[in-house]
Design a binder for this molecule. Structure first.
Ligand code: NDP
Length: 296
């Protein structure tokens, strides 16, 4: 029987464990805090940010939110980031991506103080991850790693295929999988839009991680019998629903499920893990910055 890996359940376990660390920090006079910055009027981005802020509230993490007009000059965003960098009461800073086209995305990531970069996208933190000494692991790939661990999936020696090579998911995912560390040691192949025969690669994999942003790209015929399938994709497709759309992953769940040994659903798979790992990084940032050691 195919196992459905329940991301909500695993994420709840992670946030429940974090509550103890947050209590410990608070009793030492430190309240972890996360600042989110949104420079967009995109509905999906607004939803992501409000979910992050809601989880902060539930866990007793101080949540601060800055909303900027999508047409505001880039300098306005940089000023907010500078202000948050300098504020000793702010432990973590997250600028919700994507930013508008007139803002240099890479410049925003470089502007965030690396010790407060809870997304783990600053070049210093990317470098540390690649060098095998991560400070803040990027939330989505870290969440996938935790999901695999919770589902008792052995990565060591496994053939893993990551579909997608973005800076926020595919590349850090591959980096985590090849680390000489628990949750790593996998023989890892990274596929992208120029890969010649994607199905040939995914079919050979023990673990397939789909992060292409292409609705239902990977179907059952592309999965090896018994493979573990982690679907990172979140795609809005037109549907006869109240909202006029529904969310689907990068995997065609119905055809992949009977072939896979274990699979994550969309929604309810990787999504909740991303938020849980953001909270984890925020607590870690508060611990590092305050010097108050807590179990993480
Ligand atoms: P990007 O668009 O930045 O990257 C997509 C990657 O997939 C690129 O490397 C691209 O290749 C590759 N790709 C696209 N189409 C194909 C194809 N047909 N065959 C093979 N490779 C392909 O996306 P992100 O990494 O930011 O996000 C990926 C998905 O994950 C999205 O659906 C996004 O919404 C979702 N997501 C979900 C999160 C969660 O918490 N659940 C968090 C973050 C993202 P190339 O480089 O050649 O263009």
């Amino acid at each position: 029987m195919t196992r459905i890996i329940d991301g909500n359940e695993v994420a709840d376990g992670i946030t429940a464990a974090l509550e103890d660390s947050i209590e410990e920090l608070k009793s030492a006079g430190v309240t972890p805090s996360l600042a989110t910055v949104l420079m967009s009027d995109d509905g999906a981005s607004e939803t992501y940010v409000s979910m992050k802020q809601r989880t902060c509230e539930e866990l007793g993490i101080d949540g601060i939110h800055h909303q900027l007009d999508a047409s505001a000059p880039a300098e306005e965003l940089f000023d907010v980031v500078d202000e948050l960098n300098a504020d000793p009461d702010v432990n973590g800073i997250l600028v919700q991506m994507p930013v508008p086209d007139h803002v240099d995305n890479a410049a925003v990531l470089r502007r965030i103080e690396p010790m407060k970069d809870v997304d783990g996208f600053h070049p210093e933190n990317v470098g540390r991850l690649v060098a095998g000494d991560p400070r803040f692991k990027p939330c989505t790939p870290h969440g996938v790693q935790k999901l695999l661990e919770a589902a008792d999936v052995e990565t060591e020696g496994a053939e893993a295929v990551v579909v997608g090579r973005s800076d926020i998911v595919g590349k850090p995912m591959a980096n985590l999988l090849i680390q000489k560390a628990p949750g790593g040691n996998a023989t890892t192949t990274v596929c992208h839009s120029r890969t010649k025969d994607l199905a040939e690669k995914t079919r050979e994999a023990d673990i397939v991680i789909a992060a292409a942003g292409y609705p239902e790209l990977i179907d059952g015929s592309m999965i090896g019998e018994g493979a573990v399938v982690i679907d990172v994709g979140v795609n809005r497709v037109e549907a006869d629903t109240e909202k006029g759309y529904k969310l689907v992953g990068d995997v065609d769940f119905e055809s992949a499920k009977p072939v896979a040994g274990a699979i994550t659903p969309v929604p309810g798979g990787v999504g909740p893990m991303t938020i849980a790992m953001l909270m984890y990084n925020t607590v870690k940032a508060a611990s590092i910055q305050s010097g108050v050691d807590v179990e993480l």
